[in-house]
Design a protein around this ligand. Structure first.
Ligand code: C5P
Length: 304
């Protein structure tokens, strides 16, 4: 079964789920951008308190979910970057849902397009969309709050992918408030650099950070996108540069080439530049040297 065409520069919105055949569904799992990310000192439970404005964007992993006989639960991922299927978060999500009373089986084929170790939330999104789709396919119809709680047990970023296009995320990631964000476009650059979350948080801890600084969403929602650049902040940016120096190299090259503010999502390594519009993005892309251009895409706010 085919997947939708890949690697186009412009990433347009796609359907959340559509039928691929009588017994199979095509499910999209969007990436996220942390437009802002404030982080507080390590808590006793091993997590950090966050205050983040997160938006889902139009770059998708694609999952083909086929009905399978009861008892069969399989995941295949042709991309070696994703690691062994056994530990895959989407498969763990499917198993967790089965334990909640899901009847039936599933064969999941996962096509990765969202970089791994990039701060784009790909693995969490795959898990969230698997929960969401199988909840319907298996006719379980668990209410959204129950799915979100199940998601939170799998990973801090999972619940946000069950929510609206943009949220303010607090707690360790499980406290979500929807926010009304205007549509925006960004040039997303995903360097071929795997930036593991753990070492970035360790570098953050080594800075002896002060208390969490709240971020009022009105600082973005009350202003046009053209005024956002100076308001975006990511407390993990300096630690990511320290833990993963290649992130800093890519960010500096991008900034030198484009002369525009460069931001990082999550714990990195993906970087983004806010755009006036798509034309602006195409013009910027044309200025990039081939290695940067290959890793760049134009994305927008995901509509769902
Ligand atoms: O929840 P999840 O398994 O995705 O988190 C992975 C790691 O990221 C945690 O073990 C923790 O080290 C770090 N983390 C954190 N604070 C958060 C979220 C994640 O320290 N709010």
């Amino acid at each position: 079964m085919d997947v939708s065409p890949d690697n186009s520069l412009v990433c347009s919105p796609a359907e959340a789920m559509e039928r691929a055949s009588a017994t199979a569904w095509r499910v999209r799992a969007p990436a996220k951008l942390n437009l802002t990310l404030r982080v507080g000192p390590l808590r006793a439970d091993g997590y950090h308190p966050l205050d983040s404005i997160v938006a889902k964007v139009t770059l998708y992993d694609e999952l083909l979910i086929e009905r399978a006989p009861d008892g069969v639960l399989e995941l295949v991922c042709p991309d070696p970057q994703a690691g062994p299927a056994e530990g895959n978060l989407a498969l763990r999500a499917a198993r967790a849902l089965r334990q909640r009373g899901g009847r039936g089986g599933a064969r999941i084929t996962l096509h990765k397009r969202i970089g791994v170790g990039a701060g784009l939330g790909g693995g969490s999104s795959d898990a969230a969309r698997t929960l969401w789709a199988l909840n319907q396919i298996w006719g379980l119809n668990l209410p959204p709050a129950e799915l979100a709680a199940l998601g939170a047990s799998l990973g801090s970023d999972v619940p946000l992918f069950l929510g609206p296009p943009a949220s303010r995320m607090r707690g360790r990631g499980e406290v979500l408030d929807p926010i009304d964000l205007p549509a925006f476009d960004a040039l997303l650059v995903t360097p071929p650099v795997h930036c593991a979350t753990g070492p970035v948080y360790l570098a953050f801890d080594a800075q002896n950070p002060g208390p969490l600084v709240a971020f009022d969403p009105a600082r973005l929602t009350g202003h046009p996108v053209s005024q956002w650049d100076d308001r975006l902040v990511n407390d993990l940016y300096a630690p990511a540069r320290q833990a993963c120096p290649a992130v800093g190299d890519w960010a500096d090259r991008l900034h030198e080439r484009l002369g525009r503010p460069v931001h990082m999502t999550g714990s990195g390594s993906a970087l983004f530049v806010l755009l006036a519009d798509r034309q602006d993005g195409l013009a910027l892309h044309a200025q990039l040297p081939p290695d940067l251009a290959r890793c760049a895409r134009l994305v927008g706010l995901n509509p769902w």
